[in-house]
Design a binder for this molecule. Structure first.
Ligand SMILES: [Mg+2]
Length: 323
């Protein structure tokens, strides 16, 4: 992925080297460049990653530009790359076809360098803005961690991945105890600060790149630990509870203990070996969370779905909380 501070990479695709050279000399100072002289090579380079825009010849032997574009748009990893057709056809029907297969613009041959630069600049700027919006759409505005939409996408993806790879997956739901009482007592601004602090503390306990925690709604958070079974997830949840406790946020209105605590339900399973889908697994985690609340809050209940074994982790056993 490239950000606003780095130069963007444009992939130039044309079966005639003279055309490749003409486009390259127009863009050399503005962009990083890659080249392909066939549709197959273009697809290979694009799916390898790092391409921000494609300039695509229409008439090529073998796979033509329309087919290359159609395949780029059919593939999730290359779908977002804007494609500008470069063509001498100048035919309204062909232009329409180019837009139909997902192209964003046309440049006519013989090319004029100023036009090429302007069109490429415009579409790179649009792509940067779209990427930013996409990122923002997946973040929770209050806490800065992932939002529910991002979580749902990741859950689907990780569930399928774990299913194929026959690996463990751990899912958890976390809820701030007596949060309504906290808001009533301290006000909503403090409530927001509390949620941000809990989100950051919980996020800090999830250390591997693929681990994900999201705000699920209200004072509820959910997390995914890919490749993590009962032992590994137990350590993460222990660390998470310790970090919440270390925040030491006062909660004078809590009947549990006079600081902010959380309850959690956590399930570890191998998707390939269970008769459940991802959403049923989340329902199970939610039931465990409910049980943790019933048992006195400030604790996590963990279930190893393969054996049915449960364990209960108290947030702070020394606080006099009853197990
Ligand atoms: Mg050609």
């Amino acid at each position: 992925m490239s950000d606003g501070g780095t130069r963007k990479r444009v992939l130039i695709v044309d079966d005639e080297p003279a055309n490749v050279h003409a486009l390259a000399s127009a863009l050399r100072d503005q962009c990083l460049l890659s080249f392909a002289t066939s549709g197959a090579k273009a697809l290979e380079l694009a799916s390898a990653g790092g391409v921000d825009l494609v300039l695509l010849d229409v008439v090529m032997p073998g796979m033509d530009g329309f087919e290359v574009c159609r395949r780029l748009k059919a593939e999730p990893s290359t779908r977002a790359i804007p494609v500008i057709f470069v063509t001498a056809l100048g035919d309204a029907e062909d232009e329409t076809r180019g837009f139909d297969v997902g192209g964003v613009d046309y440049i006519a041959k013989p090319i004029r360098p100023g036009i090429v630069r302007a069109r490429v600049r415009t579409h790179l700027e649009l792509k940067t803005a779209r990427d930013l919006l996409e990122q923002l759409a997946l973040l929770d505005a209050l806490t800065g961690i992932a939002n529910r939409r991002r979580f749902d996408e990741a859950l689907e993806h990780e569930w399928q991945r774990a299913h194929r790879a026959r690996t463990w997956l751990t899912l958890g739901i976390l809820d701030v105890d007596h949060f309504k009482k906290f808001n009533d007592h301290y006000g909503h601004a403090e409530g927001d600060r509390c949620l941000r602090a809990v989100a950051q503390a919980a996020a800090a306990a999830l250390r591997r790149p693929a681990d994900l925690i999201a705000r699920f709604g209200g004072e509820e958070f959910a997390f995914i630990l890919p490749d993590s079974g009962p032992a590994g997830s137990g350590a993460v949840v222990r660390d998470l509870l310790d970090r919440i406790r270390a925040l030491g946020l006062a909660h004078a209105a809590s009947p549990t203990v006079e600081r902010v605590t959380v309850s959690a339900g956590v399930i570890s399973l191998m998707p390939e070996a269970v008769p459940l889908g991802a959403s049923s697994a989340m329902v199970s985690a939610d039931r465990l969370l409910y049980e943790a609340k019933q048992n006195g809050r400030a604790r996590a209940i963990l279930l190893d779905f393969s054996t049915g074994a449960r364990s209960e982790l108290l947030e702070a056993p020394s606080d006099g909380l009853v197990a």
